[in-house]
Design a protein around this ligand. Structure first.
Ligand code: NDP
Length: 471
């Protein structure tokens, strides 16, 4: 079995203690992850801090080339990383699984080379010249979750490095191995210390958010943990980007062409078996087409193969971990006791893994846990409505505000509804359609700050104004 080590200052660092990583499809051992001590974290931060002194002074061209080099490394090692990702995360190799995730990693890494944050001349008059410069921050801590481990890591680390920062990355303890291997490979094209990775026990994240020499935390995960990160980071006034949970509503208007849109709605809800922050988690369907939508989605769900992601033809894997599996089972059982109708799925599947079938739940409404909470699994509540203004209010009646969507044959009308949703992104006739050049972030409890595009890049910098009095 391959052994995994911390990567600090470009070197593998072995630890005395390790923890087991199990395949969620088989519950067999995939590998052992290292447990970093506080001293290991300090060494990683010190290496990143040292590397920052030179990396932050590198030319724009050198940093752009580093993004392209990282994209090439990801491309060259796609086969190995995809397979390891499937084994520890559970998602299939094909479909919207590991190879898709690796494709996104390459696209996002390479795209950072195209973005610029040039010096902005605010005023250049006879009296004065005022310039706005963007300065890198220092050591950035990246804390990532288990649903899209590699893609989210790339979203954090490449813009940080592009803008002259250095990184200490901490993956989720559920899925650390593919991240460690990816960091090892990326280190072949980066100066030592620019990108470091640590894994360990529960204290590690808090040690990072408290650390004096870490200047920014970029965190993707649950709202509850995001709030703890914010509290802990306050002591040292760290910059923060928080991408937290969502409970995205999709509103299907009565004029929607169901046969044309159903696959897209299904994909928007069940991407990564629903374990996606910006997936459809509440589907509001107009009374006129409610039965047609339920029937069409049921046919698609029943025809979608669920199984071990390494097997050919599988399109959906298991739930990633026991905690999440228990949460999904609990939400569906609660919905049943509240009189909801199970259209398909609804009972755990056999096997050693955490398999749960694609589940559609009808005749359910707001006020049930499955609608009000983030299920983060392969279950979709389909909620009937008849009044448009009322359903917009119900969609907005949530602590979350990540994204939402409106579905209709009338684009102008759907766009007007989309504008009324309280969220960071509203799609029309699409959901979870993200791109490297389009900023994305949540409102309300779904987070603060944005990722992607030049707006996302700017989050890894502080403003430095140079004001020259010419008199
Ligand atoms: P968490 O938010 O707890 O974990 C995400 C990351 O944060 C992990 O790397 C975790 O590592 C770390 N972490 C946990 N506590 C702290 C802390 N106090 N300070 C710093 N870092 C910390 O998510 P879970 O894995 O526990 O999942 C819980 C729920 O979050 C899910 O049920 C789902 O609803 C939601 N979720 C949302 C995601 C999204 O993309 N929006 C992604 C994943 C989950 P460690 O545990 O080692 O500390």
């Amino acid at each position: 079995m391959t052994s995994y080590s911390l990567i600090i200052d470009g070197q593998k660092v072995e630890t005395a203690d390790t923890f087991d990583i199990l395949n969620p499809a088989t519950r067999e051992l995939v590998g052992k992850a290292p447990i970093a001590t506080k001293a290991d974290l300090d060494a990683a931060v010190a290496a990143a801090d040292k590397a920052f002194q030179s990396w932050s002074r590198e030319s724009n061209e050198t940093r752009k080339q580093a993004c392209l080099d990282m994209a090439k490394v990801l491309e060259d090692n796609m086969g190995e990383l995809s397979r390891l990702l499937t084994m520890e995360q559970g998602k299939p190799l094909g479909g919207m699984g590991s190879e898709f995730e690796m494709g996104a990693c390459m696209a996002w890494a390479g795209a950072q080379a195209n973005f610029e944050l040039p010096v902005k001349v605010i005023e250049d008059s006879d009296a004065q010249r005022i310039e706005l410069h963007r300065q890198p921050l220092g050591v950035v801590a990246s804390i990532t979750p288990w649903n899209w481990p590699l893609m989210i890591a790339i979203w954090h680390i490449v813009p940080a490095i592009r803008t002259g920062n250095t990184v200490v990355l901490k993956p989720s303890p559920f899925t650390p191995l593919s991240t460690i291997r990816m960091v090892e490979l990326l280190n072949t094209v980066l100066p030592a210390g620019v990108l470091n990775v640590v894994t360990g026990t529960d204290e590690l994240g808090q040690w990072m958010t408290d650390h004096d020499n870490i200047k920014k935390v970029v965190f993707t995960g649950s709202c509850a943990t995001g709030k703890k990160v914010m509290q802990s980071a306050a002591g040292t006034m760290k910059r923060l980007t928080l991408e937290l949970g969502g409970n995205d509503a999709a509103i299907v208007l009565p004029d929607t062409d169901v046969s044309k849109m159903a696959e897209k709605i299904f994909g928007g809800a069940f991407i990564n078996s629903g374990q996606t922050c910006a997936a459809i988690k509440r589907l509001y369907v107009h009374d006129d087409i409610y039965d047609e939508v339920c029937e069409t989605l049921t046919k698609i769900a029943e025809a979608t193969p669920v199984g071990n992601g390494l097997e050919q033809g599988v399109l959906m894997g298991p739930i990633q971990n026991k905690m999440q599996y228990d949460k999904v089972v609990g939400l569906v059982e609660d919905a049943k006791t509240r009189g909801a109708r199970i259209l398909c799925g609804g009972e755990p599947m056999d096997g050693p893994g955490y398999f749960y079938p694609l589940t559609l739940v009808a005749d359910i409404s707001d006020g049930t846990r499955l609608v009000d909470e983030e299920q983060f699994g392969p279950v979709l509540p389909i909620i009937r409505y008849s009044d448009l203004d009322e359903v917009i209010g119900r969609a907005n009646n949530s602590e979350f505000g990540l994204s939402g969507s409106v579905w209709s044959s009338d684009l102008a009308k759907a766009t007007e509804v989309a504008k009324k949703l309280e969220c960071g992104t509203s799609w029309v006739n699409a959901h979870a359609l993200i791109a490297p050049h389009v900023p994305m972030g949540g409102v309300k409890s779904s987070g603060m700050g944005v990722e992607f595009g030049e707006e996302g890049l700017a989050e890894y910098t502080d403003i430095h104004v140079i004001s020259i009095d010419k008199s």
